[in-house]
Design a protein around this ligand. Structure first.
Ligand code: ARG
Ligand code: GLU
Length: 720
């Protein structure tokens, strides 16, 4: 009977999403997927992947630098991740004289491996379901506020108690939006050193032009090594530290992939929102993203113009450009994907089935109300989200203001402020300002400021603008250029010399003057506006949304197994370790177009264009290509395979994740998704959602043949 409620349309629309490729699975519960994985071709067991009783693959996967994934590939703690994950570190170690971004970096001896203070590698050692304890004493009658207090208290005591018996770092993480909780045991490595990186025209080949796009030819890898104290335990950087001996390291396969091969990806996906109501998906994809895309287009145009003119500016703005450009392009893909693959319609069809299910019994009414209540909250939330979007994407994209925000505290010190506090502030500011001026180019920033303040004023109503913007109307007759001229001319924060002088000679009596610096005034005005007029409302909406989402999730967790028993539930990504699996294969992005599942070095030579920065090929790579000097890394077809795609459900944070074959051997490094499928964070469609990996054979070819860093090859375990 239940199914009779479904309209034909619903069945057609939902039919597509019930497929095995979708899902990011909790490693501790992987037994549930084992049969399916084996049926798809896997030859190992769930226990080989995750076990707390013996060493397993989980002991070779780390959260790299807090935002990416890395995997250990030798007995001496050698770590692989993406070039774009190591990028910030490669840049930090680069100067005009030693330009590792352009030329690459290879530590030919252990002594040449470079310390990266602040870089961590975090390894999950155990996870335990503590849902019952976290949710103890919570009933349907508990108010949302009480609930939050109780949960916080329970989590605190769970961690305190467990901490008595372990040295690992502990945290309790929420899954299914507050419907399940796990206690996580993490080992945190703090001495991670840079070992190698190809030049950017390999590691970032195709640059932002090819980013998110298939076919792809990026050698997106970099190499690091974990060091530990002499006792084998994590330690802060010290010259005396030694390479880490892991419990497990991945074996590397030189066999490559064939269409339909089973693969799985093991890593740290950051955030997905697969269980949102249609109204939220609509707001995301059709209201907020278009604004962000438009603002970033304008900023990136300015960056491009100056970067093309001056090689120094190119380096200075490389990382900033990549950062802004990445989201910019992805969100364009999401907007397009949601439209063309009918994301909203699919959600609506699901909601119809859900409401029907809710109406079957009285007890389910709360689930129905949760879904219906979203409409009002999201309508209210939109204004505040938009205000936040303009503040962060327009206002704070002015680097001077973002920098000035760091000085706000110093501008507030008084006679009563303890001297140590002031010293600490000054110390921090010194570091911030060194980093800021190293990569600052004022003409870019001035142009960005004019553009961004103009749109900000045009697009946001007066009561949704910081005072400083309304002052431009009154004091400068609306002439944004005039205000910007004044801002940059009068602020001392555009000059490294003046900033140093301020910090060297700082006295409490100078705070007042600093507070009057036009950049400090401007950013304070923006922050005050946010704190007073946006944040409280935004928080309130967010709390309401989160509570509704928890109940809606609970409803879906009951409804889906009943109505769609073939559909497996998995929790949204939350920066915890996950396993996802799927088969190698191409796809059809649109009518008459079919994509093959792999690319080769031939494609790099086809794309080559010495006049386009993103498509420059070095002589060295040419030489190897012309001689077909691929060694044992060539495919059996004789070509050098560069990248491949498969149906693994991945997202941001999965960058650098190992992609493994049926035996659990390393095939490559995940680094991207196809543009057509970027909407998979909101709605997954197996026909177009594919993950992109760099072929490990290309990586080894570059380390071995291109760079001649054979000592690294020698320490790896490689099977032919
Ligand atoms: N799109 C990939 C990710 O989301 C790679 C980003 C870095 N590459 C780039 N060309 N910006 O992180
Ligand atoms: N490049 C992404 C990252 O940095 C992975 C691509 C994706 O979002 O799937 O994590």
């Amino acid at each position: 009977m239940k199914k009779a409620f479904l309209t034909i349309l619903t069945i057609i629309l939902l039919g597509g999403i019930i497929r095995a490729d979708e899902g990011m699975w909790i490693p501790a519960l992987l037994q549930r997927n084992e049969a399916e994985m084996q049926a798809m071709g896997m030859k190992i067991t769930a226990d080989d992947i995750y076990s707390i009783n013996h060493s397993s693959m989980k002991d070779a996967v780390v959260l790299f630098g807090g935002g990416c994934t890395g995997e250990i590939v030798s007995e001496q703690g050698l770590l692989l991740t993406n070039h774009h994950c190591g990028y910030g570190w490669i840049q930090k170690h680069s100067t005009i004289e030693h330009d590792y971004l352009t030329d690459g970096f290879w530590a030919m001896t252990p002594e040449e491996e470079l310390a990266c203070p602040g870089l961590t590698a975090i390894m999950l050692k155990n996870m335990v379901d503590v849902t019952d304890r976290v949710l103890e004493n919570i009933t349907d009658e508990t108010s949302d506020e009480e609930r939050a207090v109780i949960i916080k208290k329970h989590i605190k005591s769970i961690i305190e108690e467990a901490q008595k018996d372990t040295e690992y770092e502990l945290s309790v993480e929420s899954f299914y939006l507050g419907n399940q909780y796990f206690l996580m045991y993490n080992e945190v490595f703090k001495d991670v050193r840079m070992v190698g990186a190809p030049p950017s025209n390999i590691g970032k080949f195709g640059g932002d032009t090819d980013n998110w796009v298939w076919p792809r030819h990026t050698g997106d890898f970099s190499i690091f090594r974990i060091y530990v104290g002499k006792d084998g335990k994590p330690a802060e950087y010290s010259e005396d530290n030694v390479p880490y001996k892991p419990d497990y390291h991945f074996t590397i396969s030189l066999k490559g992939v064939e269409k339909d091969d089973f693969t799985f990806v093991f890593g740290y996906p950051a955030r997905t929102n697969e269980y949102l109501p249609s109204v939220a998906v609509n707001q995301e994809a059709n209201v907020i993203y278009p604004v962000v895309v438009d603002l970033r287009t304008q900023i990136l145009d300015i960056y491009n113009k100056y970067q093309e003119r001056d090689p120094k500016v190119r380096i200075q703005y490389a990382s900033k450009h990549a950062g802004l450009g990445n989201g910019w392009k992805k969100w364009m893909g999401v907007i397009e994907g949601i439209r063309s693959f009918k994301g909203i319609e699919k959600k609506k069809a699901f909601e119809e089935a859900y409401i029907n299910w809710c109406q079957e019994t009285r007890a389910r009414m709360k689930y129905m109300h949760a879904l219906r209540d979203f409409d009002t909250v999201y309508a209210e939330y939109e204004k505040y989200r938009m205000a936040t979007t303009y503040l962060t994407e327009a206002g704070l994209s002015i680097e001077l203001l973002d920098f000035a925000a760091n000085f706000a505290k110093l501008a507030e010190v008084t006679k009563g402020t303890p001297q140590e506090e002031i010293d600490e502030l000054i110390n921090d500011l010194r570091q911030t300002s060194v980093a800021f001026f190293k990569d600052y180019y004022q003409p870019i920033d001035e142009e960005v400021a004019v553009k961004m303040l103009k749109v900000y004023i045009e697009e946001q109503p007066a009561n949704f603008r910081p005072t400083i913007l309304n002052d431009i109307e009154t004091n400068y007759n609306g002439e944004v250029q005039d205000y910007v001229k004044y801002l940059f001319a009068k602020s001392i924060l555009t000059s490294e010399e003046k900033v140093n002088k301020l910090l060297d000679e700082f006295k409490v009596s100078k705070a007042k003057k600093l507070a009057k610096d036009p950049a400090v005034v401007a950013v304070n005005s923006m922050m005050d506006f946010y704190v007073e007029n946006v944040m409280p409302k935004s928080r309130e909406c967010n709390n309401r949304i989160n509570n509704l989402r928890r109940v809606y999730m609970e409803g879906q967790m009951k409804m889906i197994p009943e109505v769609f028993p073939e559909r497996n539930l998995y929790p949204d990504a939350n920066f915890t370790l996950r396993v996802t699996y799927g088969k190698v294969g191409g796809f059809k992005p649109k009518d008459a177009v079919t994509y093959r599942h792999y690319t080769t070095l031939d494609g790099i030579m086809e794309k080559e264009d010495p006049n386009i920065y993103d498509y420059v090929v070095t002589d060295r790579l040419h030489e190897l290509y012309d001689k077909k000097d691929f060694g044992r890394y060539a495919d059996k077809d004789g070509t050098m395979h560069v990248a491949f795609i498969a149906g693994n459900h991945t997202t941001g944070g999965n960058s650098g994740s190992p992609i493994l074959n049926a035996e659990g051997q390393l095939l490559g490094l995940n680094f991207d998704r196809t543009w057509e499928g970027t909407m998979s964070d909101l709605v997954y469609d197996p026909s177009i959602c594919k993950n992109i990996s760099v072929d490990i054979r290309y990586v080894l070819f570059l380390i071995d043949k291109y760079a001649g860093c054979t000592r690294l090859i020698d320490e790896m375990t490689i099977v032919e």
